[in-house]
Design a binder for this molecule. Structure first.
Ligand code: LLP
Length: 424
């Protein structure tokens, strides 16, 4: 795998551009993505699918920046979306309607219409109520909605409870035991056309076995569905492949994809078209977040390095206790003693931390790089504490593309208005 963020002469580079120069020019906090790393990850999926009927749909929620989406669109990727906003972004980035799959438990009528009008590839339907609503909306629009049902295979993905979605206890998908009757109901709905079946068991999964268990259950169902008269053209196994943040050892993309495809072959289903919906494994390690140390604050029990990035820029540590590696952009002379710091932001919450107990040699003004933030970094950032969102850059060799300008203070108030004088 390409590591696009490496040291040359004690300086961290983003591809062939010194990170320090980017921080000086564009300010911090600053997200930086590597085009080469994005392409490399996508190509690993595509290469492992060579000779097979398979499609990779990038899960847009992981990183919805237009520049990132356009890299994937140009490579011929499909897209997995969960909102009208993501749909609009994919089209703006050059994605083709026929490559778009619409997932999510709560599609609105307006979103269903958008997808139908545009000619999207497939709705992944998650409940009986949604099925009925989609059929009605399709009928009113004079269209037939292509669908698959997201079935909850009730397997344990062995990941963080907030990102485990394949168990009975989560809100996702149609219960395995109800799947057959729900497909039968769909067969009777005039404005729906069944095209496949879908499942997604969680995120940051580091073992292949939960996928194989899920596939076995799905295949059992597929045989029954076809005997009921449903045509299952594709099987979508969702996303979820984990990446290395710290010491995790997920399978590499090629091994993961080949093991899955081989499993379909061994079960006698090599003729199926297989879809993947990866997010994190395509973008996670293709991004870093640069932040500057504002103050060092030694304490009785802890030392804090207060930096200019915060939980609004990167929510993963606060939300999941997630680990992100942190490195100095220009490491200081290592003859000085290491000091253990918690890296925290300026937001007024004790939960506003980015890293804990990191041995570093720091001075105020130093630049740090927070690694593996390409997935669910900027895309889940917010304006909490009225902090403008960071800028995003995409680096291509020595070229720098401003993928998103830093938000301004005035933009923060767009659409708002203070009370008029006639309201007391
Ligand atoms: N497909 C569906 C239906 C999904 O819900 C998701 C992610 C994916 C695909 C992509 O999964 P991935 O390959 O990225 O694991 N904010 C959390 C992750 C939430 C994942 C939500 N669903 C985090 O920062 O870890």
């Amino acid at each position: 795998m390409v590591n696009a963020f490496t040291y040359i002469d004690n300086q961290l580079y983003a591809e062939h551009v010194p990170a320090r120069v980017l921080a000086e020019q564009y300010g911090t906090p600053l997200y930086i993505y590597s085009r080469a790393a994005l392409i490399d990850a996508y190509q690993s999926y595509a290469d492992a699918c060579t000779g097979r009927r398979a499609k990779i749909h990038f899960a847009v929620k992981a990183n919805s920046n237009l520049a990132v989406l356009s890299v994937f669109a140009r490579l011929g990727a499909g897209f997995d979306i969960v909102s009208g906003g993501e749909l609009t972004r994919v089209l703006a980035a050059g994605g083709k309607p026929n490559d778009i799959v619409f997932s999510g438990v709560g599609k609105s009528i307006a979103e269903m219409r958008m997808m139908l009008d545009m000619g999207g590839r497939c709705f992944n339907v998650e409940s009986r109520a949604e099925l009925a609503q989609l059929s009605r909306v399709a009928g009113e629009s004079g269209r037939i909605a292509p669908i698959s049902l997201r079935v909850n295979p009730d397997v344990d993905a062995k990941t963080h409870q907030y990102i485990s979605t394949g168990l009975k206890s989560t809100k996702f998908g149609i219960a395995f035991d109800d799947a057959r009757t729900t497909y039968r109901a769909a067969l009777d709905m005039k404005y729906l056309r069944i095209t496949g079946i879908d499942c997604h068991i969680g995120s940051q999964i580091t073992e292949i076995s939960p996928y194989l268990d899920a596939i076995d259950k799905i295949l059992e169902l597929v045989v029954q569905l076809e005997s009921d008269g449903a045509l299952i053209h594709h099987i979508d196994i969702g996303g979820g492949l984990g990446i290395r943040y710290d010491t995790e050892t997920p399978p590499d993309i090629g091994t993961f994809v080949k093991t899955i495809l081989d499993h379909f072959d061994q079960r006698g289903h090599s003729h199926r078209e297989i879809w993947f919906e990866p997010g994190r494994s395509l973008v996670g390690n293709a991004g870093i977040l640069l932040t500057r140390v504002e103050y060092l604050k030694p304490g009785a029990v802890k030392n804090f390095a207060i930096v200019d990035a915060a939980m609004n820029d990167l929510i993963r540590p606060a939300m999941y206790g997630a680990y992100h590696a942190i490195d100095a952009v220009t490491p200081r002379d290592d003859s000085q003693p290491l000091v253990t710091y918690d890296i925290v932001g300026p937001v007024c919450e004790s939960g506003d931390w980015l890293a804990r107990d990191r041995p570093l040699i720091l001075e105020s003004g130093d630049l740090l790089a927070i690694r593996s933030v390409g997935a669910y970094g900027f895309s889940s950032s917010s304006n909490y504490n009225s902090r403008p969102r960071a800028a995003e850059l995409l680096v291509d060799d020595t070229r720098v593309h401003v993928a998103r300008q830093r938000e301004t203070l005035t933009q923060l108030m767009d659409g708002e208005s203070a009370l008029p004088h006639y309201i007391k």
